[in-house]
Ligand binder design. Structure first.
Ligand code: IPE
Ligand code: IPE
Ligand code: MN
Ligand code: MN
Length: 420
């Protein structure tokens, strides 16, 4: 529409110049016309602040609190600065719920509690990586990230941590888990049960409110929203593949199926999303750059989930903050897939057929399956897999040009040989 109007305008200018202006003055007038058109185009493409059309929302009440000083001079400072952002986001969310959605004080307090309990307390790998990637990307483009840039990266980091929070609330219900981050799972608190599902949905939407509050008036806003939505869908499809294993025969638990599950349920949101968000902020537009980064980050994400599967059986609850349920839940996990198809004998296979997914956490059958995993040498196989994954990732060095390799290296360092 705008294009059509501008074209008509240009034609009119052209005709007017030829008819009305003496030949000697045609050139400066034409230049003036061009300048006018360029200005029209510039203003038309400048991002307009996103205006809410929801009847309850009064844009003047959507207020941002001032950003704090963001210090990245050491790894402790990085964590401390990142941690300063979430109370701000929680306060802002509570204010908005109260002022624009008529949420009453008791319910605001409930939502505050949901956020404080579920968003905070993780390792924050995903969130911190948005800031790390943003800084490195800006640096590679010859600019220093300003304090506001750093705080905005951190907001995006917490957006992912909120995504993580609601995914985990739901995941713990689906997996009948008991603890998370060393505390009871949210749905296990105060006899909450399935009512926790709505809390998961609320956190999901509050994440979009934070995104809008801090990026609504910026040119990258729509790309970020799209990225979060796409990644959420991928994760949910992964979770679907994961829970469908419940009714699938054990023969179907192949390495291929495992790879498909973990690529979708874990790799995209945990590894690609943080870096892709920073790439969007750095103004990268080439599709091929995103593809190249994704290829590396998906390998890392698959490796990360193999670690999670390994720790489910071999990590202590003290280390990992959760009690593993994969054997009880009949998960298509890295340990089972490797054991069942290539490492067990006929008797052991029969035992798995009978008891895998058919025993509870802490039962003698579950313990026996873990002992079997040990006896067949799965730990050594896992350690070899760790080395191979590391090598595979390092081989991809050089396949990306706009994203500095330090981004991938920093991420890999955070997770390589992790014990929690
Ligand atoms: C747990 O992720 C869910 C998986 C994708 C394996 P993390 O191990 O990163 O959990 P937190 O956020 O640090 O608690
Ligand atoms: C969960 O994978 C992945 C998502 C939350 C999307 P798991 O079910 O293995 O995660 P944990 O072990 O419960 O943390
Ligand atoms: Mn789970
Ligand atoms: Mn797990």
């Amino acid at each position: 529409m705008l294009d059509a109007v501008l074209t008509l305008l240009a034609a009119a200018w052209g005709a007017a110049i030829r008819l009305l202006i003496p030949e000697a003055q045609q050139l400066p007038v034409a230049a003036l016309a061009l300048v006018t058109l360029a200005a029209a185009r510039f203003f038309a493409s400048a991002p307009a602040a996103v205006c809410a059309i929801g009847p309850a929302v009064d844009a003047s009440k959507v207020t941002r609190r001032p950003y704090p000083v963001y210090d990245i001079s050491s790894s402790e400072a990085k964590k401390a600065s990142f941690s300063k952002i979430i109370p701000i986001l929680i306060d802002e969310a509570c204010d908005e719920l109260e002022q624009s959605y008529e949420v009453r004080p008791d319910e605001v307090a409930w939502i505050r509690n949901v956020l404080e309990y579920n968003v905070v307390g993780g390792k924050m790998n995903r969130g911190l990586m948005v800031v790390e990637s943003g800084v490195l990307l800006f640096e590679s483009q010859g600019t220093n990230a300003t304090n506001d840039d750093l705080c905005r990266f951190a907001v995006l980091g917490w957006v992912i941590e909120m995504l993580q929070a609601w995914l985990l609330i739901a995941d713990d219900i689906m997996d009948s888990s008991v603890t998370r981050r060393g505390r009871p799972c949210w749905y296990k608190r105060d006899g909450l049960g399935s009512a926790a599902i709505n809390d998961a949905f609320l956190v999901e939407m509050i994440l979009f409110k934070a995104l809008r509050r801090h990026f609504g008036d910026r040119p990258e806003y729509s790309k970020l929203v799209d990225l979060v939505m796409e990644t959420t869908l991928q994760t949910e499809l992964g979770q679907l593949l994961d829970i469908k294993c419940d009714t699938a025969p054990l023969q179907a638990f192949t390495l291929d199926r495992w790879t498909a599950i973990v690529k979708y349920k874990t790799a995209f949101y945990s590894f690609y999303l943080p870096v892709a968000m920073a790439m969007v902020c750095a103004g990268l537009e080439e599709r091929s750059e995103y593809d190249a980064a994704r290829e590396i980050l998906v390998v890392m994400g698959v490796y990360f989930q193999a670690q999670d599967d390994f720790l489910d059986a071999f990590g202590t609850p003290g280390q990992i903050g959760k009690i593993g349920t994969d054997i009880q839940d009949k998960k298509c996990g890295w340990l089972f897939v490797n054991a069942y198809h290539s490492m067990v004998d006929a008797t052991q296979k029969k035992y798995l057929d009978k008891h895998y997914g058919n025993c509870s956490v802490g039962s003698k059958e579950e313990k026996k399956i873990k002992a079997m995993y040990k006896n067949i040498g799965l730990e050594a196989k896992y350690h070899a897999y760790e080395e191979a994954s590391y090598a595979q990732i390092m081989q991809l060095k050089g396949s990306v040009s706009s994203v500095p390799w330090a981004v991938f290296e920093t991420f890999l360092k955070k997770v390589y040989k992790r014990k929690k």
